[in-house]
Design a protein. Structure first.
Lengths: 247, 247
DNA sequence: GCAAAAGTGTTGCTGTTACACCCATGG
DNA sequence: CCATGGGTGTAACAGCAACACTTTTGC
């Protein structure tokens, strides 16, 4: 008797967002401060209710735009300006995850370039980019815990990003439209928390067909010899993958 | 204003199951025939409502046990008898995916050995193991379409299984407690739909520490020279991964 | 010139592929 | 004896790690 839509327990469905970016060599996540109970004053992931006529991905994209001004990168029309990658992460539905009622949250993962994002509707006191180390605690150092089960959700999102840049070109979602090989390498280093050999990295990414396409321009914004500028190529899968140095 | 639990649209939350096994060299999925509208008479994935006090994983395990008699393999106490692997797959929430009302379905993926499973509560007419090719259609050949968006869910589950056996030891979830290298190889061949070199496969899996542990026994059930029997080792990640021959 | 970052060449190692070849059983 | 599947050895090759070395800018 799998379906009987007339009798079912009452559920609220929300989307929560793990929005990641790389700022000053550190992987950062978007956090909002809760203004009301429960967990009043604690940091939480941005999110909100799914509307009655709205798809899950649509709801996530709407929340992302409301919080950051970013819109979702459509592979069809490539990267106009503030474009972010958005994908579903996982769903969290423990009966006691919200003390008020039964809330099932469909978490999404967004990867964004480091823009001084005009956060529409959010004031500086209640929204911030925080290093994930600060939000999750690191090496046994406790952090001010996130509201609800958001620490778990954030950890899952970070783990997904870490593993996905191994075998896909997703790391370019952290970069502006045009970027250098060195900038892309610093993204990998920040997300993985390791140092990579610049020479081998350069060979690897430029030698993978479809990963990077040169724009012809150069820049010297990092100092040193001018570097070629690249745009993300059409390829989404990296084969063979980028190898993460062992932990 | 992310949370206001007093006012939210009414949602039903269900779990749907992609239960995969390997039978007669073919990747098969569990399908149930719908006895009532909508999609009456069509095949669908097993599933049902999440109860008010139940976690999502608990609901999925309950549905799995009800449909197949399988219980979930706990890594702590290894594989007693009818053990299956179970993990969350993705969540599907298009507002029009169920014509009756708003239903959000948290799909789960289960991998089971080929047991003549005693399907408690299901009669033979309404439950079957069907080759995924038959359920999804193949090479342009149309199949009787599955109910709701279950074709999409099944395709996502199959794709997850195909990619996950590359870099994890999950393929052993398709095997009985004790199995030979040849049987494990035939699992890979069925899931990927390719032929693998038996010699190189043998070297690869026996040379990966923690993947397989010999039980000491041998069997001749496949004919030919007796083969060693193995049990799944503790290792869950395969490094370097098993390489899938290019499509 | 010097520091800094970009980029190229080369060597040795790891792991895979594609085979030839031998082993142990059933019929 | 032969067919069948199990298992080992080996040579050619791809890709990566490590590191020496050159290039082009700013100061």
């Amino acid at each position: 008797m799998p379906y009987d839509p007339s009798a079912f327990p009452p559920f609220a469905v929300t989307v929560d967002l793990v929005v990641l970016t790389v700022r000053r060599h550190a992987l950062c996540a978007l956090a909002v401060r809760r203004g009301e109970p429960p967990f009043q004053g604690r940091w939480a992931l941005p999110g909100g209710f799914v509307r009655g006529d709205e798809d899950l991905a649509t709801a996530a994209a709407r929340e992302l735009a409301e919080e950051t001004g970013l819109h979702v990168n459509d592979p069809a029309c490539p990267a106009p300006a503030n474009a972010a990658h958005l994908e579903q992460l996982a769903t969290y539905g423990d009966p006691r995850r919200d003390p008020r009622m039964r809330v099932v949250s469909v978490a999404h993962l967004a990867l964004a370039p480091d823009l001084p994002a005009p956060r529409a509707g959010g004031d500086a006191h209640s929204v911030r980019w925080a290093p994930v180390e600060d939000l999750l605690g690191q090496d046994g150092v406790e952090a001010a815990p996130l509201a609800f089960d958001h620490a778990r959700i954030l950890a899952d999102g970070v783990e997904r990003a870490r593993s996905k840049i191994e075998y896909s070109s997703l790391a370019t979602a952290f970069c502006p439209q045009e970027f250098t090989v060195g900038e892309l390498r610093r993204v990998y280093e920040a997300v993985w928390g390791v140092a990579l050999d610049p020479r081998n990295f350069h060979r690897k990414v430029t030698g993978t067909p479809g990963f990077l396409v040169p724009t012809g321009g150069t820049t010297t914004r990092q100092g040193g010899r001018p570097a070629q500028l690249f745009r993300a190529g059409g390829a989404t899968l990296l084969n063979p993958p980028m190898l993460r140095p062992e932990a």
